[in-house]
Write a protein that binds this ligand. Structure first.
Ligand code: AKG
Ligand code: FE2
Length: 299
């Protein structure tokens, strides 16, 4: 009896995947019409949708991206250049806050309305078209900004600089406390708890840059300790993310043109150091509108 329980508890073998990630070609995705609902209920944890953007389209998009001047980008202290600069950059205590906010949303609307002609590829259109197939009849759109001014960026380019660039361990729900102003409005218009993440791999690093999903969920673990490599759960137990024996993990390595959609709100994850060549992605977050008639893309 004891043995039976022991084996049942340890049913998962050490090299079985931790999460259910559906790996499927873009042409087959319609078979998962309620994929977003399945992700929200925890039935599946994400998708890797292959060949969402063709090689030719990628070449055009990347060439356009590479003409963006550095002074248009935000540079993080983790070796990442972000375009357009994120909302969280706006200083709430500045006297021009209201104007800055309005400008952020009008600039963003303008940018994305003209993106297809300026970049030679309709990134937002392709992302929405793809997500619509797993949205169970919901609309997929980028929401209007605060006071219905302009709109959000549906996503942003994230360029990890080789030898320096990575994303520290995080999960989407963690940001709700770190950027309360940003999330106040998102929370009014949508359900931010267990928000989802999406991104399209444009240019993978030749070495490193994998997406690592840790076997740790926001339900149990909400605290990231100083140094960002140790997490603390609700009972006070510490998890050293660098200790592979202590914290199981699953790695995803999308190829150029593949799109990842996953439960980034609740699953702790990181992007490993881009070691040899740059890693370029474009993406953002997903939430369901308050009336549940739409899925929102934003960043
Ligand atoms: O690789 C990216 O662009 C983003 C990875 C990530 O942290 C996310 O999608 O939530
Ligand atoms: Fe993330």
């Amino acid at each position: 009896m004891i043995f039976k329980n022991f084996f049942r508890k340890n049913k998962r073998r050490s090299n079985d995947p931790i999460y259910t990630i559906v790996d499927i070609d873009a042409a087959e995705i319609s078979g998962y019409a309620n994929g977003i609902d399945q992700m929200q209920s925890g039935e599946i944890d994400g998708f890797i949708i292959r060949n969402v953007i063709s090689k030719r389209e990628l070449t055009t998009l990347i060439e356009s991206h590479d003409t963006i001047e550095d002074d248009q980008k935000f540079f993080s202290d983790t070796g990442m250049a972000v375009f357009p600069p994120p909302f969280s950059n706006i200083n709430k205590s500045s006297p021009s806050y209201a104007d800055d906010l309005e400008k952020f949303f009008t600039t963003s609307a303008n940018r994305w309305n003209h993106f297809p002609e300026n970049f030679g590829f309709d990134f937002e259109g392709r992302v929405h078209e793809t997500l619509r197939k797993i949205a169970n009849g919901r609309r997929v759109e980028t929401p209007q900004g605060v006071n219905n001014v302009g709109r959000y960026n549906p996503g942003c380019f994230k360029h990890l600089i080789p030898g320096k660039g990575l994303f520290k361990a995080h999960c989407g729900n963690l940001f709700h406390k770190e950027f309360p102003t940003f999330y106040e409005h998102m929370n009014e218009i949508s359900i931010i708890e267990n928000q989802m993440s999406y991104f399209v791999m444009l240019d993978p690093s030749q070495k490193g840059g994998q997406l690592t999903l840790y076997d740790l969920l926001w339900e149990n673990v909400e605290i990231r300790m100083n140094g960002d490599t140790v997490l603390k759960d609700k009972s006070g137990k510490m998890y050293d993310l660098e200790n592979q024996k202590q914290v199981k993990r699953q790695e995803l390595a999308p190829q150029a043109g593949d799109m990842i959609v996953f439960s980034g709100g609740r699953i702790w994850h990181k992007v490993e150091l881009a070691e040899e060549t740059r890693r370029l992605t474009c993406g953002g977050f997903l939430t369901r509108s308050r009336d549940d008639g739409a899925v929102y893309t934003w960043s």
